[in-house]
Design a protein around this ligand. Sequence first.
Ligand code: UDP
Ligand code: GLC
Ligand code: MN
Length: 334
Amino acid sequence: MYVNIDQAFVTLATTDNYAKGAMVLGKSLRNHNTSKKLVALIGPHVSEPSRAVLRKVYDEVRLVDVLDSGDAAHLAMMKRPDLGVTFTKLHGWTLTEYSKCVFMDADTLVLSNIDELFEREELSAAPDPGWPDCFNSGVFVFRPSNETYGKLLTTCSENGSFDGGDQGILNSFFSDWATADISKHLPFIYNLSSIAIYTYLPAFKQYGRDAKVVHFLGKVKPWDYSYDATSKTLKGQSQDASDMHPNFLLQWWELFSSSVLSLMKEEYGDQPFHSGCTESDIHVDVAQMHISHHPPPPQMSSQERKQKWEHGQADYMGLDSFENIEKKLDSFLK
Ligand code: UDP
Ligand code: GLC
Ligand code: MN
């Protein structure tokens, strides 16, 4: 197959959990026959076995310094104190052996071949579902350049980031994205975030099937759930996995259990690791469910629930399930 050696998909993982996301993302790109190189940037805290798995999936695994905005005030506004390290993404611009790259967050999953993104120019990205005049920095096209890297770092130190993370910096730096050139607006199907499904369900029903990239944006990530590979269900959650968003989650887990878990087992050997995935006998599982049955969580006020939702902590499997939201919409439409 023809391989573009000077174009690459790039992701970032500073922890073993995000590394799991990167493994699934890399496999999803390979399964859809990308002709591009795959590069994973990792921080020093990623364990050796996880690095070894990444090396099996990616063409290049590069250790980078973790850049941290340390900007507690702005990050607190997003309720995501963990996102300061996303400044590390900026290292992507130092990959100057590539002429063009597409950055993808480690919490994205590719559903079809997206190599056509390389026809776009820097900086192309899809709108952020929370503030569509900004782009979301989970998927973007860029051109590595030490000069741009230097300017980005200067912007960081002089002005800081309005959200404390990379997305604030990148939007300030590529500030004409919203107005200058419509070809730099990627269609939303290249960065379909779960939040949008719940804010504009009819559009999701109309266009969702065209999704090319799903982005599990928000505090709760696919690897925070657990999965039973035998019954193909998400465990510890509602047993009804027919919701749309959980379907994407199930796709993530199916890929993890079918293609990534075996690589992790090989590399971790006797060392214990948390896979989040069980291959239990269904009967045993049902029995365990009775024993470990948790009491229902205390009722939340609708204000609390709204706040949680706005912070990406929707109860996708329960109160905020696709089915419940659909019922609510139907009642308005009647
Ligand atoms: N990331 C990382 N370690 C962290 C937090 C973030 O490696 O502790 C990377 C990872 O690639 C992740 C991206 O930065 O996908 C952006 O963070 P996240 O996806 O959590 O932000 P969200 O999309 O939920 O706003
Ligand atoms: C966003 C983006 C993510 C970025 C974060 C911090 O919500 O989805 O990619 O790292 O903000 O700026
Ligand atoms: Mn993300």
